[in-house]
Design a protein around this ligand. Sequence first.
Ligand SMILES: Cc1cc2nc3c(=O)[nH]c(=O)nc-3n(C[C@H](O)[C@H](O)[C@H](O)COP(=O)(O)OP(=O)(O)OC[C@H]3O[C@@H](n4cnc5c(N)ncnc54)[C@H](O)[C@@H]3O)c2cc1C
Length: 489
Amino acid sequence: MTETAHSAAHVGIVGGGPSGLIMARALRAAGIEYELIERHTELGGIWDPENPGSPMYESAHFISSKYTSYFYGYPMPEHYPDYPGYRQLRDYIRAFAAEYGLYDRATLGTGVASAELVDGRWQVELTDGQRREYTHLVCANGVTWEPNLPNYRGQDTFTGELRHSSTFRFPAEFADRRVLVVGAGNSGVDIACDAALNASAAFLSVRRGYRFIPKHIFGVPLDVFINEGGELPAGITVPEDPSALIDALVGDLTRYGLPAPDHAALASHPIVNDQIIHHLNHGNITAKGDVKEFRGDTVLFADGSSEKIDLVLFATGYEYSIPYVREDLFEWSHGHPQLYLNIFNRRVDNLYALGFIEFADAALTAIIEDFTPRVIADPRVNWERNGVSHGGFFTRQSSSANWRPTPENVARLKKHLIQFLSLATGGPAKYDGKDMKGAHANMRISNPEFDAVIGDLKASLDKQQIPNKEQKELLAIVESTRPQIVTQR
Ligand SMILES: Cc1cc2nc3c(=O)[nH]c(=O)nc-3n(C[C@H](O)[C@H](O)[C@H](O)COP(=O)(O)OP(=O)(O)OC[C@H]3O[C@@H](n4cnc5c(N)ncnc54)[C@H](O)[C@@H]3O)c2cc1C
């Protein structure tokens, strides 16, 4: 534990998108001092296309439904559709910030230029030259701000226009042009559908086999159907395996010239889109394999075919980056910061990163909302703070000195423990009455990480002199959740 952990915490949050705001709400509720710094003049993250560099485009809608992806305790408005558009999401995020008083401690219109750890405290310089000092730093600066551009042979001499998909916004940009979209992630497929309706010819280059998953199954939003099942039409049974179900509903994609899916439906981020199949069926989009090279105004593909193209949009993803913190403070692997429980820096005690993970489920709630309680539960943030009796499972030292294992105290502790563990690992439990069943899917919690959580809990139980019998019972409850929670290695 660093020096700073014992003095009053003052947390700096970088970024005013959903991650930063959820972190701010959690800290505010726990009575922990913080300041949120957002470089754009408004809150909302990527969902505000006026935020320079935002990848939003006019036709962007949620990919997860409003029923599974929302701020806990603050559902989306009744009148919103199952899959709201970006304007509705932007307004919802801002309404959330206003409701919880999060504009109060938000500094807008200036970004974090650098954050340096000096004697255990964060010395932060803002882009307008102001300086700040924080005890803890939460990096919530998003993962879609640094476009990843491929480099094909002949690309430099291509006579058409080449851009990353993050620069695309309006379908009118496609009018009277032959358009190639490279990459079939969710944005690429959405944008290819815009091209299908607006370009003079539309092509989608796909390197590997994906499944395109409809947004509703038997009239029920996909994620609700997968998590909770839906009412099936009389006489219909569906396969348990999501891949088999989707293949049965969508049919054979190789008929359209697409490669056969090469992985299970939920093994990577699912491509959720109803329109792509419609446009392939109608001949509005032509599927292509991998690009091989560019030659003049022509794109050559690996299968030997070629097309004259006016505009190429690379929907080829983004680099993860935390440019204001010295790179070696994070452990990076395959371009991703390695984080304990998906949020804690593994090298520096008072450094956190939020939202730096890919998820096959709803990012907004599952990635972000479930992770923030881990920071609050961290004794390094929450230790010996006056006025806060319980911050998750860990109690203040002063109050634990008077703790006695009465049946009420043990029952309360048991409740805290279950809640702490389920929040710490995103495991199966109720939170605010919401069933967290699917929240840990693909979260990559390993056995050693799970052991570490149990170790932390055991140490705390010892410290609080919980009798062995109760300890055993509590730890057995935790252990019983292991098969559902450990998803990796
Ligand atoms: C097309 C698309 C569709 C999506 N659909 C869904 C969906 O259906 N469901 C879902 O849950 N998620 C979805 N996502 C994921 C989406 O990224 C999350 O919903 C959410 O926006 C992530 O929030 P964030 O706060 O981590 O990042 P962001 O929204 O990127 O916010 C980060 C903020 O940090 C600010 N910032 C960056 N650097 C600095 C700095 N140095 N100083 C100060 N501020 C800084 C940025 O200006 C930005 O406001 C989608 C993403 C895309 C691109």
